[in-house]
Ligand binder design. Structure first.
Ligand SMILES: Cc1cc2nc3c(=O)[nH]c(=O)nc-3n(C[C@H](O)[C@H](O)[C@H](O)COP(=O)(O)OP(=O)(O)OC[C@H]3O[C@@H](n4cnc5c(N)ncnc54)[C@H](O)[C@@H]3O)c2cc1C
Length: 462
């Protein structure tokens, strides 16, 4: 018997692959239903995900597996149509290749700054060390050494890659809203890989006219035709043997050396379970806090792991969607509370009833500085009206607010210092951290599916 902690994509996929190999698996989940971040909410004919959740599947073996567990016509193949709201203008994404509609001064600052980064005497940045596999663990557990003094931080990486103009008009304000801190605190190994650096020709063309070239890692993706990303976790859950998932069961303590977990059920009764292997998708910082035999220095290191919270403000509105087929908009403007706003019906028509559209605004905030739901709702309505996305007098049919406590793991020096020793401690005892928060990383759905599959392979082989 292997125990998986958490029934998000990682935990469900791990249980699926274990059972496929003839092993017993049990999954404990605190919520009332499986799915984790991939749950969907339905009200008044609208469907809302926990902000936009679109599936990028580059791993062909995962695609083949999904084709086994879901009918072939499940997925819409969608081309990205995203934009940036800047200087009261809607311009296509990415900003750095699409400034044509912006004021001339802004275009000029962006162009001159970018050209400056191409000069031979432009200072070179220090290297970001490669991640290497963690000894003794599954291959997805990769770590980097503690941050060296000459390693670029995210702020300097932006400046060196895109120049002052793009930094001022997009990257700094957008990322400061998402990270809720000075970007010098964010390490350069954050997803710099996913931010497209265009050629000079693309920057020039984009400053003069429309750029129709596809940039970035996500120009095409999948989304369930019937609406709601929960199709995916529900399909995996449906493959599991009866009684595999224990919902309403919160893991409250772990003794790593004996792989013994204490689980509190909905009626408050606590039971202890042990297993030869435990696969944990619980947030690493929380797992550390509940691990009774974690050495004091590691416990202390784990308290320095931090995350940004996200509040999703979902509105169902009667009328025509304001921005045509635009699926989501990045909002760098400092006075807007949200950094991104989605229009789910543009992803999939089934997300809103006929004659209606929906809006999902994403606000990042620090848990110790939460202005509260009412304030977030009020300023979101105000700025959606300012953008023309939801007029002040709009007929709002439904509204829903969802708060994700640990949405974006903060990539900082403390994380880099703590991660390798913490993961090593758990792996040594046969407790395998997996998934986005289990490994305290920035992972997509595809990554979490792969972690679940590989964690199952790893434990089944032992
Ligand atoms: C705002 C946002 C937008 C995103 N958009 C996309 C996107 O468009 N495309 C994409 O590919 N990815 C996206 N992601 C990432 C994607 O959601 C995750 O990679 C994936 O869903 C994580 O799955 P998981 O199983 O690793 O973690 P989770 O889904 O977090 O699952 C962990 C589970 O553990 C449970 N749990 C926690 N504590 C306990 C406890 N003490 N006891 C028992 N159970 C517990 C939780 O309830 C949860 O069900 C987004 C993430 C965020 C935050």
């Amino acid at each position: 018997m292997v125990i998986a902690l958490g029934a998000g994509l990682a935990g469900l996929t791990a249980a699926h692959h274990l059972q496929r190999k003839g092993r017993d698996a049990l999954v404990f989940e605190r919520a009332d239903e499986p799915g984790g971040l991939c749950r969907s909410m339905r009200a008044d004919g609208f469907t809302f995900d926990r902000t936009g959740h679109v599936l990028h599947l580059r791993d062909t073996s995962l695609r083949a597996w999904l084709d086994e567990i879901l009918p072939a016509d499940t997925w819409l193949e969608v081309d990205r149509s995203s934009a940036v709201w800047s200087h009261e203008t809607l311009t296509p994404y990415p900003f750095q290749a699409n400034t044509a509609g912006l004021p001339v001064d802004v275009r000029l600052e962006c162009l001159l700054g970018f050209i400056d980064t191409l000069r031979d005497d432009h200072p070179a940045l220090g290297a970001i060390p490669d991640a290497t596999p963690l000894a003794g663990g599954p291959s997805f557990l990769n770590v980097r050494p503690p941050v060296a003094d000459d390693e670029p931080n995210f702020h300097d990486w932006i400046l060196s890659t895109f120049g002052e103009g793009f930094a001022k008009h997009f990257f700094r304000p957008y990322n400061e809203k998402q990270w809720q801190r000075d970007l010098r605190e964010i390490t350069g190994d954050w997803v710099s890989w996913s931010i497209p650096r265009p050629e000079l020709t693309d920057v020039l063309r984009g400053a003069i006219t429309a750029n129709d070239k596809a940039f970035g890692y996500n120009p095409h993706f999948l989304y369930p035709r019937e609406g709601g990303i929960d199709r995916l976790p529900n399909a995996i859950a449906a493959t599991l043997a009866d009684d595999t998932i224990r919902t309403g069961c919160e893991v409250v303590a772990l003794e790593a050396a004996t792989r013994r977990v204490t689980v509190r059920d909905a009626s408050g009764v606590e039971n202890v379970h042990d297993a030869p292997a435990i696969l944990s998708s619980l947030p690493l910082a929380r797992l550390a806090a509940m691990t009774t035999d974690l050495p004091a220095p590691l416990r202390e290191a784990a308290t320095s792991l931090s995350a940004v919270s996200v509040r999703c403000i979902d509105l169902g509105v009667r009328g025509e969607a304001p921005f045509g087929d635009t699926q989501w908009v990045y909002v760098p403007e400092r006075d807007a509370p949200f950094h991104r706003v989605g229009f789910p019906k543009a992803l999939c028509p089934a997300m809103a009833p006929d004659g209606c559209y929906s809006v999902a605004a994403e606000i990042a905030f620090r848990a110790d500085d939460d202005p509260g739901v009412d304030r977030h709702l009020a300023v979101t309505r105000e700025h959606l009206a300012k953008m023309g996305a939801v007029p002040t007098d709009a007929d709002v049919v439904t509204s829903h607010v969802d708060t994700i406590a640990d949405a974006y793991v903060v990539f900082d020096k403390a994380r880099r210092a703590a991660l390798a020793p913490l993961l090593s401690f758990y792996v040594k005892h046969g407790v395998i951290p997996m998934g986005r928060y289990g490994t305290w990383d920035y992972l997509s759905m595809q990554d979490s599916l792969a972690h679940g599959r590989d964690a199952a392979e790893w434990s089944a082989a032992r």
